[in-house]
Write a protein that binds this ligand. Structure first.
Ligand code: NAD
Ligand code: UFG
Length: 346
């Protein structure tokens, strides 16, 4: 298939691009580079040993989006473009609704105009909120607790409604749990701007000496060691899940939703200890108050994806930490930033 990847220069998108190219699909990248670097494109090509077209386009610009479909004969879309920081979405809800909802509506409009009917969408486990107990299954009620999560749930509902009204489309929403790690080449990986919001990149930056210590948010959760438990999934397992979902979507019609997780939870302290073991570095940490909005435990029931997509995660927490560490060591201050450009150490 010739696949349009929106947000394809981002953390997950770059890994999905590599997985699609490895499987023999063609990839076209659309990204506005609001949270990614153009240098990533050349790295994807280097890993894949193949070139791919890319477009610096914002999905909120409908005519520029439609132009990409005009130029490229697209068979299917993997839609990853979006803003994703929970805290920022509480501060700037308008920006999140505008970017994520209008961007998606424009993409769907362009797809309809050019007769493209297959779409895989990046949703999130955050849609489950805190009303059900894990493991989360796709049929459980959803209750997102912040604007970011609500954009994900609203887009799922849009896709479901459109698929209900039209016999020709095939849409799949993938609810990611906690993607971490990097491609094993160490050429692409998670490269956040500023201080990382998420655990694994923060731990990696402490290990490499870019930050002094980790703040562990909460030591009194009802978990075995008191720290939060999450279903960390290797980004390459996640990427391979997209390939399966896209191929599945191309063979059928309608709307469906799948969890992508391992089904196993790990605590913050377990992540820290595993990272220390694979990196050989000490990770100094202090306990800090709970982060508002965090749940104690989140992990997937991934059995639906295994049953229908024939996909399951195969890489363990040690592999996730090892690959995250390889990327961090090669790019202590991020892709395209020399170690001289320090300035930040907190
Ligand atoms: P990312 O920020 O690295 O990638 C998103 C990409 O989309 C970026 O390259 C950004 O420049 C681009 N983008 C944003 N708005 C755009 C727009 N209007 N037009 C064109 N490009 C735009 O984030 P990621 O971690 O790779 O996440 C990818 C997707 O997966 C997002 O939709 C995110 O919400 C979802 N997701 C991520 C996680 C996670 O923990 N990383 C968890 C669940 C779901
Ligand atoms: N944590 C720390 N210190 C940090 C960062 C995180 O202790 O500096 C803890 C958190 O409290 C939590 C765990 O590490 O217990 C994981 O936190 P992340 O921020 O890495 O991940 P979240 O589960 O909070 O959020 C992720 C994505 C969201 C998505 C959500 C879905 O970042 O976009 O999963 O469950 F909505």
């Amino acid at each position: 298939m010739r696949v349009l990847l929106t947000g394809g220069a981002g953390y997950i998108g770059a890994h999905v691009a590599v997985a699609l190219l490895a499987r023999g699909h063609d990839v076209v990248i659309l990204d506005n580079f609001s949270n990614s670097k153009r240098a990533v494109l050349e790295r994807i090509e280097r890993i894949a040993g193949r070139a791919m077209p890319s477009y610096a386009v914002d999905l909120v610009d409908l005519s520029a989006t439609a132009d990409v479909f005009e130029r490229e004969a697209i068979d299917g879309v993997v839609h990853l473009a979006g803003l994703k920081a929970v805290g920022e979405s509480v501060e700037q809800p308008f920006r999140y609704y505008r970017n994520n909802l209008i961007g998606t509506l424009h993409l769907l409009e362009a797809m309809q105009r050019f007769g493209v009917s297959v779409l895989v969408f990046s949703s999130s486990a955050t849609v489950y909120g805190d009303v059900s107990a894990p493991p989360f299954t796709e049929t459980m009620p959803t209750a997102p607790t912040n604007p970011y999560g609500r954009t994900k749930r609203m887009i799922e509902q849009m896709l479901e409604d459109i698929a209900e009204s039209r016999a020709d489309v095939s849409f799949i929403a993938l609810r990611y749990f906690n993607p971490v790690g990097a491609h094993e080449s160490g050429l692409i990986g998670e490269d956040p701007a500023g201080a990382p919001n998420n655990l694994m990149p923060y731990v990696a930056q402490v290990a490499v000496g870019r930050r002094e210590r980790l703040y562990i948010f909460g030591d009194d959760y009802p978990t075995p060691d008191g720290t939060g438990v999450r279903d960390y999934i290797h980004v390459m397992d996640l990427a391979e899940g997209h390939v399966r979902a896209l191929e599945f979507a191309a063979e059928r019609r309608g709307y469906d939703v799948f969890n992508l997780g391992t089904g196993r939870g790990a605590s913050v302290l377990e992540v820290v200890r595993t990272f220390e073991a694979v990196s050989g570095r000490e990770i100094p940490y202090v306990f800090a108050p709970r982060r508002p909005g965090d749940v104690a435990v989140s992990y997937a029931d991934p059995s639906k994806a295994e049953r229908l997509l024939g996909w399951r995660a195969t890489r363990d927490l040690a592999a996730m930490c090892r690959d995250a560490w390889r990327f961090q060591v090669r790019h202590p201050y991020g892709i395209d930033v020399g170690t001289a450009a320090k300035g930040e150490r907190s």
